[in-house]
Design a protein around this ligand. Structure first.
Ligand SMILES: [Fe+2]
Length: 156
């Protein structure tokens, strides 16, 4: 068994890896959603929204890798299929046919789902003393709350 900073039982390792796999899945589905909206957004705010959605998918693409590689550091399997990710994700795919306002609202909700998932994953890791996973989850949760605020500010 792989040695991590804190000795984890098999059950704890599995539970943490599952929470991280859900986090990867939701991050990946939201990455695709952000790219979809980056391509298909229309309206007077096209420029800034095109750029904001790009910032989101660039951030999320790197985050998927960081989260998946934490799963590997814990010696568990990282979900690497789109079908598996769609099954695990609470964020649903979007077809990209929507007004700019609907896209902003949908992306805001995805960011809120992600921040809740990451907060939960971090709390679970902390429960088992896995502070290194907790730290990654906290950082990701904060980033999702920041994006949720950026999006919410458009709807005021
Ligand atoms: Fe582009």
């Amino acid at each position: 068994m792989t040695q991590t900073a804190v000795a984890l039982s098999t059950d704890a390792r599995t539970a943490i890896a599952d929470a991280l796999n859900q986090s990867v899945a939701e991050t990946a589905v939201t990455t695709m959603m952000a790219q979809n909206f980056h391509w298909n957004v229309t309206g007077m705010a096209f420029g800034p929204l095109h750029d904001l959605f790009q910032k989101i998918y660039e951030d999320h693409f790197i985050a998927q890798d960081d989260l998946a590689e934490r799963i590997k550091a814990l010696d568990a399997h990282a979900e690497g299929t789109l079908a598996g990710m769609l099954t695990r994700s609470k964020v649903q795919e979007h077809d990209g046919h929507a007004s700019d306002q609907e896209m902003i609202k949908t992306m805001k909700e995805a960011q809120e789902t992600l921040s809740a998932t990451l907060a939960g994953a971090g709390a679970l890791a902390a429960e088992h003393g896995d502070t290194l996973t907790e730290d990654l989850c906290i950082a990701r949760g904060q980033t999702h709350e920041k994006f949720a605020w950026f999006l919410r500010a458009h709807l005021a």
